[in-house]
Design a protein around this ligand. Structure first.
Ligand SMILES: [Zn+2]
Length: 205
């Protein structure tokens, strides 16, 4: 490993650690929930190790996987939902970071919804998502039924990839959001979570 690539790795790990802290501050990674990853400029993928609290990540909690989701070090075990991260990286070479959290709003709203999408319309914050320049727009956020078989869940998600400007929701579970870098992924996650919280509040009125 060159000095250059070591620097890239360190930066990626710090991105993941800081994003975990941020998600924890917002209450989106309770207990051992959630997982975070970052694709380096050289193509390597850094992802959180299985288990552990994502608000208190340390350098060894972030491990390297190959594009198929296998840990480079066979003694390590990556997040249970690793395949949902590598699926996104494989689908779009511009994706540089993927975030998954379990918020109250995402969990409650998706359990109350019967359909396969949540429609978001009229919100100023919709502009945070790719290709949107006005609040006067409608974004459908896909909602997939939860499944402990992640490979099977990935095959259900696959057909709708490419048409998810705001990410997607797994029912009763949480959200997946991504961006070209960690900053963008975090901005989109905050945007989606804000809108989910708004939708939840509106249903209480
Ligand atoms: Zn999860």
């Amino acid at each position: 490993m060159t000095q250059f690539s070591d620097r890239l790795w360190s930066e990626a790990v710090q991105d993941v650690i800081q994003a975990g802290e941020r998600m924890d501050q917002r209450g989106w990674v309770p207990a051992t929930a959630g997982n975070l990853s970052r694709r380096l400029e050289d193509g390597r993928i850094a992802i959180t190790r299985s288990g552990g609290h994502k608000g208190f990540l340390t350098v060894p909690d972030v491990i390297e996987i190959d594009p198929a989701g296998r840990p480079i070090d066979p003694m390590q075990k990556s997040s249970a939902e690793t395949l949902l991260h590598t699926q996104l990286y494989a689908a779009d070479p511009l994706i540089g970071a993927v975030l998954h959290g379990h918020s109250v709003a995402a969990t409650v709203l998706s359990m109350a919804l019967a359909g396969s999408s949540l429609t978001l319309a009229g919100y100023e914050l919709l502009k945070v998502f790719e290709g949107q320049s006005t609040h006067d727009t409608v974004i459908d956020v896909p909602v997939f039924d939860n499944d402990q078989d992640i490979a099977r869940l990935a095959t259900v998600v696959a057909p709708r990839l490419g048409a998810m400007p705001a990410g997607y929701i797994i029912r009763g579970h949480g959200v997946y959001v991504w961006g070209r870098d960690m900053k963008m992924a975090l901005a989109r996650l905050e945007g989606l979570e804000f809108l989910l919280a708004c939708e939840l509040e509106r249903r209480k009125l």
